[in-house]
Design a protein around this ligand. Structure first.
Ligand code: BES
Ligand code: ZN
Ligand code: ZN
Length: 485
């Protein structure tokens, strides 16, 4: 947890002091009000042991307290991505292993920098250790108390809340696929909205989907013993007369690829194929906690893509909710199928003013953009601009890919209206998948974020994220929705 106090007190068993380069002396002496500590720091700086370079650290023990000097780099030129990483590294320092209360003294009161420090602590120290051997009585980094030496203000409290939504999203993704199921996601959503007055929930299970004709969604779930679910939460934060932003998440709780089975090396992280839905749920938590004054429809399209005798089959044709037929040429291209029905259903029955969908949709997007930028495709320049603005405000990065009229042909089928794959060899796979989705939206401005690369770190970590789910999309969506207030 993070608390704020207007000035440093140096009364905790541990202190992180961020100092930037150049001004190290001056800053240190302005900031460090405790005389003993100030002398100790002065000695280190005078001896040329610490300069405030980015990522430089110097540990001290002063009056039996652990103090870590941390370099923030050139004054006024802080790279916020680096700053989050610096704070993460400091907070995870082994010196703090047994210490639960840590004061953090920022190098700057710049609002962006303070928010980056908050995110460095809360996002940076997150780790999924539920299935590790229980650590001896020490708190997980994220459960420790961080006392940030700046006066509280709404922007900072909001940043803390937003990070809690990010953590929820990460937990939902990191959890086992047979725990984080459609029932579990439903219970999570219902838990969040319980007792809220400006919220209405609609849930379509298999029975309702059959009655209403969401046959693309049903096809994907055919091989699974679990319930498919389309969960729609209508949140009226701005009053009834205003338009709604619909955010729609792909919620494949596990993607085996179906009968077009994924090979070893491609399936191990596929419990993360519900990252879009998880980002929608984290954003729902944030919208409620921040009491956002805007109207939002939160949509999660949930299914499990299994193998087995009941699984849907390559070559089969299904008719979707909007009446269009789809030839299944690869059962591993399942995300676009559940999203197609979700988009069509929500557009017809809720008439949102705009759509943003989030999906771990294509490996092709990972090839195109790597792990640091989500792929954005949109039919509306204004909406795309607003999404990119929210992405750059939050450093929850996105990069726009093209959408153009001729691309329609690439998803046309010989025997049905559409096919669920694009060009041979997966050429342009991210934009042909997006085109498939676009063809299920009529006139509504729509933006699609392919988060296949950004949602999960399969390795030691990158930037300020450790191994596992990153919660990509949550900060972006929360900022986007705030900007609509
Ligand atoms: N869930 C995958 C996409 C994915 C790949 C997400 C890597 C995260 C990391 C999706 O359902 C899929 O398998 N897409 C296929 C589509 C193809 C068969 C047209 C792909 O990208 O290979
Ligand atoms: Zn797939
Ligand atoms: Zn998938």
């Amino acid at each position: 947890m993070i608390r704020f106090q207007s000035s440093p007190k140096f009364d905790k068993p541990a202190t992180i002091i961020l100092l930037d380069k150049g001004q190290t002396h001056k800053k240190a002496f302005n900031v460090i009000t405790n005389a003993v500590l100030r002398d100790a720091v002065k000695a280190v700086i005078d001896a040329g042991q610490f300069h405030g370079e980015e990522r430089e650290t110097f540990p001290l023990i002063v009056n039996n307290k652990v103090v870590l000097l941390v370099g923030a780099g050139e004054a006024g030129k802080t790279n916020m991505t680096a700053l989050r990483g610096i704070v993460r590294q400091a907070a995870l320092s082994s010196a703090f292993k047994k210490i639960n209360d840590i004061e953090v003294v920022p190098h700057s009161r710049d609002e962006q920098a303070v928010i980056a420090i908050i995110e460095g602590i809360l996002i940076g120290t997150y780790s999924w250790d539920k299935y590790r051997k229980a650590p001896e009585k020490t708190l997980r980094p994220i459960e420790k108390n961080y006392i940030l030496a700046v006066a509280a203000k709404k922007e900072y409290e909001d940043a803390v809340i937003t990070c809690q939504g990010v953590s929820l999203t990460r937990n939902l993704i990191n959890e086992n696929a047979d725990i984080s199921t459609s029932d579990f996601l439903e219970a999570t959503i219902l838990g969040l909205v319980r007792g809220k007055k400006n919220v209405a929930v609609e849930i379509l299970n298999k029975k309702e989907m059959k009655a209403k004709g969401l046959n693309l969604h049903l096809a994907v779930n055919q091989g699974s013993p679990k319930e498919p679910k389309l969960i729609i939460v209508k949140y009226t934060g701005a009053g009834k007369g205003k338009g709604y932003t619909a955010i729609v998440g792909k919620g494949i709780t596990f993607d085996t690829g179906g009968l077009n089975l994924k090979p070893t090396g491609h399936m191990e992280t596929m419990r993360s194929d519900m990252s879009g839905a998880a980002a929608v749920i984290g954003t729902l938590k944030n919208a409620l906690a921040l009491n956002l004054k805007t109207n939002i429809i939160f949509v999660t399209a949930i299914a499990e893509n299994c193998i087995g005798s009941l699984a849907f089959k390559p070559g089969d044709v299904f008719r979707g909710y909007n009446g269009k037929t789809v030839e299944i040429l690869n059962t591993d291209a399942e995300g676009r199928l559940v999203l197609a029905d979700a988009l069509a259903y929500v557009e017809k029955n809720y008439k949102p003013s705009r759509f943003i969908d989030l999906a771990t949709l294509t490996g092709a997007c990972v090839i195109a953009l790597g792990y640091d930028y989500s792929g954005l495709v949109s039919n509306d320049d204004e909406l795309a601009k607003d999404v990119l603005a929210a992405a750059s405000e939050t450093d929850d990065r996105a990069w726009r890919l093209p959408s153009y009229s001729e691309i329609k042909d690439y998803v046309k089928s010989e025997i049905a209206d559409l096919k669920n794959v694009g060009l041979p060899k997966g050429a342009g796979g991210a934009i042909t998948a997006a085109e498939f989705l676009r063809s299920f939206v009529n006139d509504t401005p729509w933006a699609h974020l392919d988060i296949a690369g950004t949602s999960f770190v399969d390795g030691k970590g990158r930037f300020y994220y450790g191994h596992g789910a990153t919660g990509s999309g949550v900060r972006l969506l929360t900022a986007f929705l705030k900007n609509k207030e």
